[in-house]
Design a protein around this ligand. Structure first.
Ligand code: FES
Length: 113
């Protein structure tokens, strides 16, 4: 038996650009919405290393550089790509409908190492 995922809206497509992620909030948790090409990705906004907000970081291709200690993550997988970050970010399944970026809140997970 399969159930349709309950996607909830985070923001409009126009709120995000390749250079500027959008910070959304769900149940008091900040999420970072990224655009890479025509695709959208959502990770936790809080860096897994410390207090850095990844939405305030620097996007370079598929990577986000944390503004705090310049650690990096792959936006698509959430995996750390540069020290001092060692723990992967939580990521969510994203859908785009009617120009709205949505996630399935229940899909949040950390990619296997
Ligand atoms: S808080 Fe992000 S690299 Fe340290």
């Amino acid at each position: 038996m399969s159930e349709a995922a309950n996607y909830i809206e985070l923001c409009a497509v126009g709120d995000v650009s390749q250079d500027l992620p959008f910070k959304a909030q769900i149940d008091g948790t900040d999420l970072a919405v990224f655009q890479i090409g025509d695709a959208y990705y959502v990770t936790q906004d809080l860096c897994s290393h410390g207090p850095g907000s990844l939405c305030e970081g620097y996007v370079d291709g598929e990577e986000i550089e944390c503004p705090f200690h310049q650690g990096k993550f792959n936006i698509i997988t959430g995996k750390p790509t540069a020290p001092p970050c060692t723990e992967a970010l939580k990521i969510w399944n994203v859908a785009v409908k009617d120009n709205k970026i949505m996630i399935d809140p229940a899909s949040g997970h950390v990619a296997a190492a």
